[in-house]
Ligand binder design. Structure first.
Ligand code: NAD
Ligand code: MG
Length: 391
């Protein structure tokens, strides 16, 4: 049966890869709605190609611009805008699956709407889970949603775990998240204060959005992924380990109590976890090239250097601190990364802003989405102040 899909963040790196996979299987998947922040031209092209019922832009001005172009091109797409419209297309009764590929906490509310409406939720938007934590997982349970990880490490863990989650606690010892180490893995840490946004965005194996590219360079991406794994698989923080694996062939692993390890391998191409989430428990072609083992020189592993990547350990610290601290860490980091990309702070000051903000904002057990969003806003203000102090 055809599945009707909403793609939140369709113009981004994950969004366009998702549409690439969908386009390979027109008999299986039909696009119901697309969303983007500001990219009108690309959204118009996607509307022409996929004929969704709805296209949602972030602002009224961008929606008007798109609407005019939709009309000029004789297309039949309803254009909406703003956060409520995102929730509408995420929870619409005609939608079967929602790809959450907005970047940052902006994706939390629509992902929650999809969860509450019991959708199949394909989650790339890790920040939504880092902010939402227990509140997010409760919405998934209560809504009867199926939460499928798209982040490649979490897809790998999901694929390596036994099917029945009830067996995980007695079988699983820990999970090992692999990390590329980013573009500065071998750079002298003393020179990290000099790096530019374009150097930091030059990921060795992937072309990704700018925010996650910076997070990969600081390894804050892995810190967010540790928190993401804690919630997705209900693990204790100490059951989540990180190892650097620059080739990104092993996407992550699960170690069982008998010391057996199951890993998931493949070429580094996000269409693999996307196709896995779309089709699960079936498998469909993703468009990715298969791995040629005879062409692999070596698979290497190393420990993450705490001097070079001081942000990585903030994940375990935030998980051990008061509930809501992971939301504080996420908001601080979003502000710090944006400030770095704008040339307002240095690369090494991203961590300094995160630390200062974590010290300044003490959450009081946010137990609903409104409380989380208030904490997010409060933290952003505090992080902005920290940025100004460093400027
Ligand atoms: P991106 O910047 O390329 O795309 C983000 C998308 O979200 C765009 O369509 C943009 O228009 C939209 N968007 C941004 N801000 C918005 C807002 N305030 N309101 C509504 N829409 C908004 O990012 P990406 O690399 O595709 O990453 C998307 C998410 O997937 C992130 O959470 C990232 O951590 C996660 N992820 C990405 C990759 C990857 O390879 N790119 C891998 C794993 C996980
Ligand atoms: Mg990842």
């Amino acid at each position: 049966m055809t599945q009707h899909i909403t793609v939140l963040g369709s113009t981004g790196s994950i969004g366009t890869n998702t549409l690439d996979v969908i386009a390979r299987h027109p008999d299986r998947y039909q696009v119901f709605a697309l969303s983007a922040a500001t990219q009108v031209a690309l959204m118009l092209a996607q509307c022409a190609r996929f004929a969704p019922r709805y296209a949602v832009m972030a602002s009224a001005a961008h929606a008007r611009e798109l609407e005019q172009k939709i009309k000029d091109n004789g297309l039949q797409v309803q254009v909406l805008h703003g956060p409520d419209a995102l929730e509408t297309i995420a929870s619409h009764e005609q939608v079967d699956a929602v790809m959450g590929a907005i970047v940052g906490a902006a994706g939390l509310a629509p992902c929650l709407a999809a969860a509450r409406a019991g959708k199949r939720l394909l989650l790339a938007n890790k920040e939504a889970l880092v902010v939402g934590g227990a509140v997010f997982m409760r919405a998934v349970r209560e809504g009867g949603a199926t939460l499928l990880p798209i982040d490649s490490e979490h897809s790998a863990i999901f694929q390596s775990l036994p099917e029945d989650p009830a067996t995980w606690p007695r079988r699983v010892q820990h999970v090992l998240l692999t990390a590329s180490g980013g573009p500065f893995r071998t750079r002298d840490p003393a020179t990290l204060c000099d790096v530019t946004p374009s150097q930091a965005c030059a990921h060795p194996n992937f072309s990704m959005g700018r925010k996650i590219s910076i997070d990969s360079a600081t390894m804050m991406n892995k810190a967010l992924e540790v928190i993401e794994a804690r919630w997705l698989f209900d693990l204790a923080p100490e059951q989540i380990k990180v190892v650097i694996h620059p080739q990104q062939i092993i996407h992550s692993m699960v170690q069982f109590v008998d010391a057996s390890i199951i890993a998931q391998l493949g070429t580094p191409d996000m269409r693999v976890p996307i196709a896995c989430g779309l089709a699960w428990p079936e498998r469909v072609p993703s468009g990715a090239a298969p791995l040629d083992f005879t062409q692999l020189a070596a698979l290497t592993f190393e420990e993450a250097d705490a001097r070079r990547f001081p942000g990585l350990h903030l994940s375990w610290q935030a998980l051990a601190a008061a509930p809501g601290t992971t939301a504080v860490l996420n908001a601080a980091n979003e502000v710090a990364v944006a400030a770095f990309l704008d040339g307002r702070i240095r690369f090494d000051q991203i961590h300094a802003v995160n630390l200062a903000t974590l010290e300044g904002v003490l959450p009081s057990n946010p137990d609903c989405v409104d409380a989380l969003l208030a904490l997010d806003a409060q933290t952003r203000a505090a992080a902005e102040q920290a940025v100004r102090r460093f400027q």
